[in-house]
Ligand binder design. Structure first.
Ligand code: 5GP
Ligand code: ZN
Length: 115
């Protein structure tokens, strides 16, 4: 399924739920997390609905590569100069709450709320 009408992040991609976007292209969207753990906390998501890393196949390798390459660019653009953390939570024991693949990218001066 490329789009899941019941998925929160698919609704954000479709513009049905507002978000503070920081980046968009034909394959990826990035926006500020609604409950940031760090001074800068963005989520990088594929526009393709992929529920979690468990669903990944070899076809998705380039897409994941693009997400990883985008993270440092966005951190730089958002003024993060002293390092950042990237996290992908997967499944119940991984603490995943939204089942649309997303990479957290967090930075800014510590202390942070979490992480
Ligand atoms: P997970 O726990 O699945 O790795 O992370 C989901 C993230 O999505 C959480 O950090 C949460 O704050 C964020 N989130 C949940 N709902 C919304 C929303 O409606 N808008 C935005 N911008 N972030 C959301
Ligand atoms: Zn989705």
């Amino acid at each position: 399924m490329s789009h899941d009408p019941n998925c929160l992040f698919c609704k954000i991609i479709a513009g049905q739920i507002p978000s503070r976007k920081v980046y968009e292209d034909s394959e990826l969207l990035a926006f500020h997390d609604i409950h940031p753990w760090a001074p800068v906390h963005v989520l990088i998501i594929p526009k393709l609905h992929i529920a979690s890393m468990v669903e990944l196949t070899d076809e998705h390798a380039a897409l994941l590569g693009k997400m990883s390459v985008l993270a440092p660019k966005l951190m730089r653009e958002l003024g993060v100069t002293n390092g950042f953390r990237t996290v992908i939570n997967t499944g119940p024991d991984g603490g995943q709450e939204v089942y649309h693949l997303h990479m957290h990218a967090m930075g800014g001066p510590r202390p942070w709320l979490k992480g």
